[in-house]
Design a protein around this ligand. Sequence first.
Ligand SMILES: [Zn+2]
Length: 681
Amino acid sequence: MKKLLSIPLALAMIWALGSCNQQPKKQTGMNEAINPANMDKNILPGNNFYEYVNGNWIKDHPVPPEYSSYGAFTVLYENNEKELKDLIDEISKKKDAPMGSIDQKIRDFFNSGMDTAQINAAGIKPIEPELQTIQNIKTKKELDAEIAKLHTMRVHPLFFFYAGADEKNSSMEIANLHQGGLGLPDVDYYLKDDAPIKKIREAYKQYIARLFELKGDSGKEAQKAANTVLDIETQLAKVSFTRLERRVPENNYNKMPLAQLEKISPDFDWSVYFAALGLKNPGDINVSQLRFFEGISKLMKEIPLSQWKTYLEWKMLDDAAPFLSEPFVEAQFDFFGKTLSGQQEMRPRWKRVLGVTSGNMGEALGKLYVEKYFPPESKKRMLELVENLRAAFAERIKKLDWMSEGTKEKALEKLEAITVKIGYPDKWRDYSALQIIPDNYFQNLVNASKFSFEYNLEKVGKPVDKSEWGMTPQTVNAYYNPSNNEIVFPAGILQPPFFNKDADDAVNYGAIGVVIGHEMTHGFDDQGRKYDKEGNMNDWWTKEDAERFAKKTAELAKEYDNYTLLDSLHVNGEMTMGENIADLGGLNISHDALMRALNGKTPKPIQGFTADQRFFLSYATIWRQSIRPKELAKRLKTDVHSPAEARVNIPPFNMDVFYKDFDIKAGEKLYIAPDDRVKIW
Ligand SMILES: [Zn+2]
């Protein structure tokens, strides 16, 4: 449920979206596309370009109580929420929607989630039968079968199972096993001993105990359960890959038949597990992190059954908490919202339920969303922009001074082969097998979980449906998928300030143009470059080219490592490397594309800014954001994207043209000497 689909589908997203604020939708006309009132002109661009462009906006927009961060993405997200809510309200007025129709399902899913009287009266009842089943487990075999059953309900003890493209045969779906089972955001939270982490760990333990108390345990029993859970999760953390290890695609690819999995992980009964999933013949399985699956086998042997049962109960409680009565919801918010992210208030219920409805019936709601809110001409304009970017990127590849001709040819072929998806899928998902009833939110969630699980499970051993989307149309985000070699831009992001049909070219190239370039560059970042034009993991580089590339990316990593936030915290240049390469590439490519679009002409300045200046101002604008210190500290540990401030204050300073545009001089804080500027793509 909550964490369910943090499943690593190898999607490199531009942005792991946080949250938003209530603001009326404002149509941004040409003259408002860059608003000088948002700038802080007391700051020199060379000292802090991010604040120069966004300083006043940030001062005027403190993070609202219900959020942990607030920025351009969140404003759009908020607008989308209102539009989706309007759609649901319209549907709810149609009393005659027949049972089984999409209207009925959306309406009843949402309304059952809003029925707090029913939900609060039920208390813990919805999960009692499953907790009882866990209590009744008598053998390790039964335990392994129960783990499978929980996975079909999207409760995730120990690890994740999913069907996904075979990374070396990208047209086929295979079974994948991926490490998991942790409640805290990262292994560091279990294994490091600095004061802030220890404090979080202690609060986590109290949160675990609180849920066991709500289940009916005595204070003493609950404390004991919390110790057991934290101990098991710490053991799991010790055998888990770190985020850096997970970044290396080839280390996460270990395809093997069931017999081999049984050999490396003998004390987990995989046959029982797969049979209970409903997958009698899993075929070849990608065991993403070998060390982890060897590790859990040992733990299966060492840890007594009674403790495993406590751990399974915990997973059930934690994953179900957001959908149970108020005390459960509040306990979870207290830890994940307040303690981890610094949120002061819970988001209003309608927004949370809307998020769940949209998450579970995403394309059903998305279809209605694009019919009403996505103008068809946007798709045409976007296609033009994408092709301009592709042409600009090709020119840049041809001119690279560090890459051999042979590798360039392959790179150009890969660029040419990138497929593009814009707005919404051509073929909509069929929800007819999903059952939604009027007055039982939890049952609806269980039904939706099983529906989604079955849908994914069905794919094992079948060809990949390349027309499918990994995001819903209403999502304010974009992605590159290396296995499909595709870039995808949902309708949700194709609005101002990203995409503004009334604004000048410079503003659009600085925003959505850079986003397009960013996604394209992902096909050529330190991870994406390991996949070929068909989306197969397959090395198409010469050794020398790969070495020169690695040297450049190491220089880029250093620039981010040296960037300080909150006085003493640093960006992790290696963890964020793929995104940083994509940001730098996106800016360079889109700037070239703008030059091509202007075709030697110099448009008159608008609001006193040249086209070039507006390009960079527009770029900085999409990243404006207010963020709470706790949230920033968490993201520095867990987010593969650099913080917004660094995304604005580093990449442009590697571009010569930027210095001229903003009169940046040696000695200013962000100045980089010409020879030290990193140029990759
Ligand atoms: Zn990205």
